[in-house]
Design a binder for this molecule. Structure first.
Ligand SMILES: Nc1ccn([C@@H]2O[C@H](COP(=O)(O)O)[C@@H](O)[C@H]2O)c(=O)n1
Ligand SMILES: [Zn+2]
Ligand SMILES: [Zn+2]
Length: 592
C-alpha cells in the first residue's frame, strides 16, 4: 500500500534558476546598498534563522567576520524587532545540531550542559533537533529534559518524525508533532512541521522515522482535517534536512506530499545539516532557506503579499558580527546594539570560558591550515598536515607491533580550519571535536592499499564521511564558480553564495574563497623496511561499517582471503584522539 502510494508521488527535484523568473523577477536586486552592505527587505512576515551552531556561542575569536557572540545575537533580535518590524511579524527559528564543534559545548560533562543554558536564552518561536542531539544518550537526554519539555518552549519545540524513549521505556514524541498558531501582529495562521533527515545512527533513546513515511500516519491526516487550506495562511516546514538534496531528495518528497493537501498555500522551508548558505525555489508559492553553520550566519527571509496569489520572497545571509547586527537593526552606533539581557548573556559566556579554561594557551600555530581552500597536496592543507605530521604520532594502547601501518580518518571528522596564532584548549574542540575510538584490523597489504581509493570512489554514496558541505559534491564547485570571483583590496574573505535567486544573498560583499574538493577519507601510510604481507589497518570506530564493506567488496574482486570481514575482525587500537595528537604536534613545534 505504502509502496504503491510512493510510486505515485512525482519527486520534484531542485528547480533550475530562472524557471520562476516571472514570479520572482528582481526579488533580490531591489533595495539600497550602503557601503558594501546589502540591505534586508523587511516584509509583512519576517524570519531570522540559525542552524548547525555546534556550540559556537562564544563568537569566532580569530575571525572578525563572525565576531559576535550569543549575547550580541540576542541584542540584535531584540533591537531588530523594535526598530525594523513595527506592526509586521517576526519569527525566530533554529534547526538543530548544537553539539560537537566548540569547547563551550564539548568541554563539559555532560556535553552541552552549559551551552544549552546559553542557547536557550534566545526566544525562539520554533526550534528542533539535529542528528548531533542523537549520537549519544547523554546528548539526547539533555536535549529532552532541558529544552523539549522546558516551559519556555512549550508547543514551540517541534519534531514531527522523532520520538524519545523515556527511562520507563515509554516512546513519546520528541516535542510537538506540529504547531498551529497565529502571529502576534498581522494574525497570520501558521501551521508548522519539523523533520529530521533519515538519520539511522541514533542511540537507543531516540527513534527517527523517514519524513515521507511519517506523513502517512493518522496524526497527519487529523492535522490536515483540522487545518485545511482555508484555515492556514502559511505552512512552515523547518527541520534538520538540507533544502538542496541532490542525492536523497527528502525535502522534495515532503513538498510533493504537502502539495497534494495544500495546493495553494504558501509553504516556507528552513533547513540545515549540509552547513551551507542556501536558498531554493520549490514553486511559485514556496521557497527554502538554509543558514550555514557554526554561528557564522543569521539567515533572514521575508514574505510580502502573504495572503495574495503572488507572494514575494526575499532572503539575506547576515554575517554573525556586530557591524552587520547594528547595520540591519537600524541603530546609529554599534554601542547602541547592546541590550541588558544580551550583555548578561555575553558575560555569562565569558565566565564559562574561564571556568572551562578554554583560552589557556597550549602552543602557537605558525601558519594557517585549510580544509578546502587549499588543495590536498598543499603544505597549507590541514589534511596534508594531519597525514604527514600528526597521525604518525598515534601510539596504540593495545599492540606494540612493528608491522606496517595505515591510519585512515574520515575527512568529516575535521570540522574547521586551523588558524595561525595561539592554539588553545578550545582550538582542539574546534578542529577535531569527536572522541572517536581507534580500531584496527590485521589484513593483507594487497587489500589495505586499496581501501582509501575505494571509499573515495565518486560512484559510491558515502555521504556521511566527508565534511557536511561535501555532500553537495557535484553542486559545490559549480556554485562557487558561477558567481563573479571578488578580489577587491580592503575587503575581507568570506562567503560569495550562489542560490536560486543569484549571487547577491550575502549581506556583505566579500572577497571570494577558492574551493578544492575534499575526498571522503585521507590516510597516513607507514611501510616498514622488509614489510611483511600483513599490516595493521587503523581507523575510527565511527567509520567501521564502511571499512568492512570496502574490505569485502575489494576482496570479492581481488580474492585475497577466503573469509568475509565482520565486526568480529576489528579490535581496539587505543591511543589519543586526532585533536590530542594535533595538540601534541603543535606543542612540539615550540620546543623545536
Ligand atoms: N562521531 C562522529 C560523528 C560525526 N562525524 C562527522 O560529522 C558528520 C555529521 O555532521 P553534521 O554537522 O553535518 O550533522 C558526519 O557525517 C561525519 O562526517 C564524525 O566524523 N564522527
Ligand atoms: Zn551540523
Ligand atoms: Zn547535522
Amino acid at each position: 500500500m505504502l509502496t504503491a502510494f510512493w510510486l505515485s508521488i512525482a519527486v520534484v527535484s531542485a528547480i533550475p534558476i530562472g524557471k520562476f523568473q516571472a514570479v520572482f523577477n528582481g526579488a533580490e536586486e531591489k533595495g539600497h546598498d550602503e557601503g558594501n552592505f546589502r540591505d534586508l527587505k523587511v516584509g509583512e512576515l519576517n524570519f531570522l534563522h540559525t542552524t548547525d551552531t555546534h556550540g559556537w556561542l562564544g563568537s569566532h575569536l580569530t575571525q572578525a567576520n563572525y565576531g559576535a557572540d550569543w549575547g550580541d545575537f540576542i541584542s540584535f533580535t531584540t533591537k531588530f524587532k523594535e526598530r525594523r518590524i513595527g506592526s509586521n511579524d517576526l519569527l525566530l527559528i533554529d534547526t538543530g545540531d548544537k553539539h560537537d564543534g566548540n569547547g563551550i559545548s564539548d568541554a563539559t560533562v555532560p556535553n552541552g550542559i552549559r551551552s544549552t543554558e546559553i542557547f536557550n536564552e534566545q526566544d525562539y518561536d520554533l526550534l528542533t533537533l539535529g542528528n548531533h542531539e542523537l549520537y549519544t544518550e547523554d546528548n539526547t537526554i539533555l536535549e529532552y529534559y532541558s529544552t523539549v519539555v522546558n516551559d519556555k518552549f512549550k508547543g514551540k519545540y517541534v519534531a514531527s518524525n522523532v520520538e524519545f524513549v523515556t527511562n520507563e521505556s515509554e516512546i513519546v514524541p520528541f516535542g510537538s508533532k506540529y504547531r498551529f498558531f497565529q502571529t502576534s501582529n498581522l494574525r497570520y495562521n501558521i501551521l508548522a512541521f519539523s523533520f529530521l533527515f533519515n538519520f539511522q545512527r541514533a542511540n537507543s533513546r531516540a527513534i527517527v522515522t523517514p519524513a515521507a513515511e511519517e506523513l502517512q500516519k493518522d496524526w497527519f491526516q487529523e492535522v490536515v482535517n483540522s487545518y485545511p487550506e482555508e484555515k492556514v495562511d502559511v505552512i512552515i516546514v523547518f527541520g534538520h534536512m538540507p533544502i538542496t538534496d541532490p542525492e536523497e531528495h527528502e525535502i522534495n518528497k515532503v513538498h510533493a506530499i504537502l502539495r497534494t493537501y495544500y495546493p495553494n498555500s504558501v509553504i516556507q522551508y528552513f533547513g540545515g545539516h549540509s552547513h551551507i548558505r542556501d536558498f531554493a525555489i520549490f514553486d511559485e508559492l514556496s521557497t527554502g532557506l538554509q543558514s550555514g553553520r557554526f554561528a557564522e550566519t543569521v539567515g533572514f527571509l521575508s514574505i510580502d503579499n502573504v495572503r495574495s496569489e503572488a507572494p514575494r520572497f526575499s532572503r539575506r545571509y547576515i554575517d554573525f558580527n556586530k557591524d552587520s547586527f547594528a547595520h540591519h537593526s537600524g541603530v546609529n552606533f554599534k554601542k547602541d546594539l547592546r541590550t541588558e539581557r544580551g550583555a548578561n548573556v555575553s558575560s555569562k559566556i565569558g565566565e564559562i570560558r574561564e571556568e572551562l579554561n578554554l583560552t589557556s594557551v597550549v602552543g602557537y600555530v605558525p601558519r594557517s591550515y585549510y580544509m578546502d581552500s587549499k588543495p590536498l597536496t598543499s603544505k597549507k592543507n590541514i589534511y596534508n598536515l594531519l597525514t604527514t605530521n600528526v597521525l604518525p604520532l598515534l601510539k596504540s594502547k593495545k599492540t606494540n607491533s612493528s608491522k606496517s601501518r595505515f591510519i585512515l580518518i574520515n575527512t568529516g571528522s575535521i570540522r574547521y580550519d586551523l588558524y595561525e596564532g595561539e592554539f588553545t584548549k578550545d582550538t582542539e574542540y574546534i578542529v577535531s571535536p569527536f572522541s572517536n575510538d581507534w580500531n584496527f584490523v590485521e589484513i593483507p597489504l594487497a587489500l589495505a592499499e586499496d581501501v582509501a581509493a575505494y571509499l573515495n570512489n565518486g560512484a559510491i554514496l558515502m555521504t556521511s564521511m566527508g565534511p557536511p558541505e561535501s555532500r553537495m559534491k557535484a553542486e559545490l564547485p559549480k556554485r562557487r564558480d558561477s558567481c563573479p570571483f571578488i578580489h577587491t583590496p580592503g575587503f575581507t574573505k568570506g562567503y560569495t553564495t550562489l542560490d536560486d535567486f543569484g549571487c547577491k544573498g550575502d549581506d556583505k560583499v566579500h572577497n571570494s574563497e577558492l574551493y578544492f574538493p575534499v575526498p571522503n577519507v585521507v590516510q597516513s601510510v607507514e611501510l616498514q623496511a622488509g614489510w611483511s604481507e600483513s599490516v595493521h589497518f587503523v581507523f575510527y570506530s565511527f567509520i567501521q561499517p564502511y571499512v568492512i564493506n570496502a574490505l569485502n567488496a575489494l576482496n570479492e574482486e581481488k580474492k585475497v582471503v577466503t573469509y568475509k570481514f565482520s565486526d568480529a575482525d576489528c579490535m581496539k587500537y587505543g591511543g589519543k584522539s586526532t585533536g590530542e595528537l594535533l595538540k601534541d604536534y603543535i606543542r612540539s613545534l615550540d620546543k623545536s
